[in-house]
Design a protein around this ligand. Structure first.
Ligand code: GLU
Length: 420
């Protein structure tokens, strides 16, 4: 579905634009065009049938200017170095835009995780964690869940690291199960953050939840929890999709029933969900629905020069990382569609990761209420800062967010004298 696409090159173009608007010289931010460290690993694994397969894995540490490297690990067939480099850079920008003391990183393994048994998934994770051991740690680089990884995977990663180190080290990853150092409120933090951001935008535009129809591309952890929270807030979710395709219901989907259906069994897909009057649509058709809000919550490179002209939504809230290409973004802007950028909109996850890490470093746990209140405060502040920067400079929210983030990273790097 997309433009000729290189996620890292796209990120660099946006960085150049933000730097020009900030009046920065090339020397001020050139280091951000080169990730600090790129590690490629080969992960051998004994499959359940006794054969051995070798999987390609990566960890890219983009910028450590503002703190330890931070970012998720994804298991997906599309993983390659350029994708992971872009995702790592977006993490540097994301941490900076919400002003938490982290740099950016990302990891990935090129594998179709849906075809692995649970045992294979565990062996793959433990071997990958062993290969990453020399470059991760609670004050060095802190992984977290991303596409096709979850709390259980983080538990295995933490256990492997702790065994190698000879010391229980919960702070080496975030997004762990709660009984072994995970934070209350972490698993649905990204969806909660997206809901808050969506409501803030509506407030600015004077719209109400009840009169707002939503289409969500993706029903995984992020898409699914976002749908759940928006539904609770009175939004009408009329379309939802996953890798198997999409579903549409004019009067609004029964989100709690759909989420229960999907979560009842590993590997369940929307194609098997049935309800009267349901219309089946493709993932591309989902983007074209007549809605007020469109939420891409799957992969990169979805809103492109091909798909953007057909988007009818007034607002796009980016739950995925990098769902909109530069050319897609230009079309949205020309058509007066507001895009709330990924590095702001989906930052709820890393914000609560930060809270989890703080709790781990202090061997202490917070009540869920405290987690939620602090998430809301931090995110509302970041949203208003981005909104005001964009308004002041007469740019898009994306440029506003990039400018804020870049300014913060460059200031830290300069004060540390990092490019001397
Ligand atoms: N994978 C998530 C993201 O892209 C969370 C990262 C984290 O918590 O470190 O933002």
């Amino acid at each position: 579905m997309g433009d000729k696409y290189n996620a890292f090159q796209e990120m660099l173009q946006l960085l150049d634009r933000a730097a020009a608007l900030l009046g920065l010289k090339q020397d001020d931010y050139i280091t951000l065009k080169y990730p600090d460290r790129e590690l490629k690993v080969s992960i051998p694994m004994k499959m359940d049938d006794g054969s051995v397969q070798v999987f390609e894995g990566y960890r890219v540490q983009h910028s450590g200017a503002r703190g330890p490297y931070k970012g998720g690990i994804r298991y997906h067939e599309n993983v390659d170095l350029d994708e992971i480099k872009a995702l790592a850079a977006w993490m540097s920008l994301k941490s900076a835009v919400v002003n938490i003391p982290y740099g950016g990183a990302k990891g990935g393994v090129k594998v179709d995780a849906t075809k692995l048994s649970k045992g294979e998934l565990e062996r793959l994770t433990r071997r990958y964690a062993t290969l990453l051991y020399p470059i991760v740690g609670p004050h060095i680089d802190i992984p977290a869940p991303d596409i096709n990884t979850n709390a259980e995977v983080m538990g295995w990663f933490m256990d492997t690291f702790s065994t190698l180190r000879g010391q229980l080290t919960p702070g080496v990853v975030t997004g762990k199960p709660v009984p072994i150092g995970g934070s209350l409120g972490r698993s649905d933090a990204t969806g909660r953050g997206l809901t808050l951001i969506t409501k803030e935008v509506l407030k600015k535009l004077g719209l109400s939840a009840e009169s707002t129809r939503v289409a969500i591309q993706g029903a995984g952890n992020v898409g699914g929890t976002t749908a759940k929270f928006l539904h609770e807030e009175g939004f009408k979710i009329i379309a939802l999709s996953d890798v198997s395709g999409g579903i549409f219901l004019e009067e609004g989907l029964d989100i709690p029933e759909i989420i229960d259906f999907l979560r009842a069994q590993r590997g369940r897909l929307l194609k098997d969900y049935q309800t009267p009057k349901l219309v089946r649509i493709s993932n591309e058709e989902l983007l074209r629905q007549n809605v007020e809000i469109l939420i891409p919550a799957a992969l990169e490179n979805q809103i492109t020069s091909k798909t953007a002209p057909h988007i009818q939504a007034k607002i796009v809230v980016e739950a995925a990382n990098g769902p909109t290409t530069i050319r897609g973004d230009l079309i949205l802007e020309e058509n007066g569609i507001i895009a709330v950028p990924d590095i702001l909109a989906n930052s709820g996850g890393v914000i609560v990761s930060y809270f989890e890490w703080l709790q781990n470093l202090q061997s202490f746990s917070w009540e869920e209420e405290k987690v939620i209140t602090r998430l809301e405060n931090l995110l509302t502040k970041a949203f208003n800062e981005v909104w005001e920067t964009a308004a002041e400079k007469g740019t898009s929210l994306r440029m506003g967010a990039y400018m804020l983030a870049l300014d913060r990273i460059v200031t830290s790097a300069k004060m540390r004298g990092m490019s001397c």
